[in-house]
Ligand binder design. Structure first.
Ligand SMILES: C[S@@+](CC[C@H](N)C(=O)[O-])C[C@H]1O[C@@H](n2cnc3c(N)ncnc32)[C@H](O)[C@@H]1O
Length: 263
């Protein structure tokens, strides 16, 4: 009897890493991404407002991975897709004006696997024609750029998914061999993406009341603060402390009947 192919899948290591496709235009790419995921032992596919889905072309391109399409989670916004995630990594084919903390694809795979044992991890991919918006990128902890030919660096969407899914699998196989990853365990889980969004809204409101920013026109200040906190990645308890501090500042402002900074 023929031996079954060697199963090198690390148990459970990959179930907590999801791939999020934002506003994909071509169902063939969704199918291609599903196939890439299944080839690499990943299974969680999230679709943010796909232009055409379900679609026969997606099933055709998915080939033997069509069940991932049946189980795909379809949501309206990126915020919903990553709400419960402790680590959110955006992929981008080009550099942005305000650079964000950057990971190589290899570091991304290692970090995703190291963190997936304690909380859901999201890898976010953009639209075929214009990638992710700056706002979407700024909702993520890290950016990953696949160092392709600088003269032609934009990969097909499903191909980009394949590259990162491969790195996640390689990191999972390394971890399974017991080779230590360079991330120390933390005593608390990192704050969830949805809690970070509530924090940023609270911060903007408090800084507005303080007179530090114009609430209607915060310019780059909020973006830079977002980047700062994305870099720090507070845990859930630290975020609670930060929100408590904001509330105390707001109470103080309200008690003194006005803005913090004299006009
Ligand atoms: C065809 S690309 C979008 C290209 C788009 N014109 C742009 O400038 O962002 C579709 C998606 O694939 C991923 N991608 C393509 N090339 C990439 C690269 N070199 N590094 C990281 N992600 C890449 C990103 O998620 C990107 O949003």
């Amino acid at each position: 009897m023929a031996k079954p192919p060697l199963d090198t899948t690390p148990p459970n290591a990959l179930d907590n890493v999801r791939v999020v496709l934002v506003n994909s235009a071509h169902p063939g790419n969704i199918g291609g991404a599903a196939r890439a995921l299944k080839n690499m032992g990943l299974s969680q596919l999230y679709l943010v407002a796909p232009r055409e889905f379900p679609a026969a072309n997606a099933v055709w391109r998915a080939a033997g991975a069509a069940e991932l399409l049946d189980r795909a989670v379809v949501v309206d916004t990126l915020e919903e897709a990553v709400a419960d995630c402790g680590l959110v990594v955006a992929t981008s084919a080009r550099e942005r004006r305000i650079p964000w903390p950057l990971l190589t694809p290899r570091q991304c795979g290692e970090r995703a696997v190291a963190e997936a044992s304690s909380h859901p991890v999201a890898l976010v991919f953009g639209r075929e024609d214009r990638g992710l918006t700056n706002e979407e990128l700024q909702a993520c902890n890290f950016h990953v750029h696949i160092p392709a030919n600088p003269e032609y660096s934009s990969l097909n969407l499903a191909t980009a998914v394949q590259v990162l899914a491969y790195e996640v699998r390689m990191a999972a196989l390394e971890a399974d061999r017991g080779e230590p990853l360079s991330y120390a365990d933390w005593d608390r889980p990192p704050a969830k993406a949805s809690d970070m969004e509530l924090y940023f809204a609270h911060l903007q409101q408090a800084l507005g009341e303080l007179g530090f920013i114009d609430p209607d026109n915060p310019r780059q200040t909020m973006t830079r603060l977002r980047r700062l906190f994305s870099r720090v990645r507070p845990d859930d308890m630290e975020l609670g402390i930060l929100r408590g501090m904001l509330t105390a500042i707001q109470n103080h402002i309200h008690r003194s009947g006005g803005k913090g900074r004299p006009d």
